[in-house]
Design a protein around this ligand. Sequence first.
Ligand code: SF4
Length: 270
Amino acid sequence: MSKAVKKEVNWEGSPTSKGYSPGLAGFVWLMVLTALAILAAGFFFWYIPTRGLGNIHPALPYVFGAVVLVLGAFVLGGALLLALAARGGRITYYSPWLRWMLVKLFLPIMVLFGGVLKMPKIKIERAFIEINNQMVRLMKKKRGAMKPEKLLILMPHCIQFDDCAIKVTRNVKNCAGCGRCEIGELLTLANEFGITLYISTGGTSARRKVVEHRPDAVVAVACERDLTSGLQDSYPLPVIGVVNIRPQGYCLDTTVALKEVRQAILDLVA
Ligand code: SF4
């Protein structure tokens, strides 16, 4: 058994990096609450100027009300579809606009409400990553298998053994494969499929690599916070996020379950 797998089996987590289960039920309730809050805001948005609009033309309040109603139905419909799709912890329906609503509309407001309701942000992020991954897998089922050369595997620099003197962020092929971290095995995996593997020094370098490489899809490994912001920034690019393992806490000698990375690749190319 490799050092990485041993670490994973024995890993109990540091106080700051204890893993949460995705907890989709709480996420779905928060999403419905968010949709209702957006509806309430829409109502006030309609009601307050309505009196003024009536003075301009008697029909204007009704026109404006109809617009607010259509938008409200769109938001509530999206929340209900997402809730139904996530029923039982598994997404069964996908459409591009549903993913847009999840990533661009609901998530930022849910994080805000989650803070008010004292729901741990990491729990919301985990559930978001899980739902996003399921949507990307469904999307691939609709579109068909992707070419391995059009994929990109993104790893955070903290996955490299802290005392390793080799620079792998410029060229991962510099790795000597000594086995003290997962980079050697990840390189073997990437070569097996013919996929580009990139070790990023941070969000900016990861974004730059995506712009340069122009992949059809990405398999990204990082902590919940970085994955969530990366998924938002790279939207509409399909990204499967794999949460890293942090036996030493955040940003130091992190690891990843290689079988999860392999599965994410297979989900896109097979
Ligand atoms: S596997 Fe590669 S990157 Fe990791 S410690 Fe060994 S030489 Fe360095």
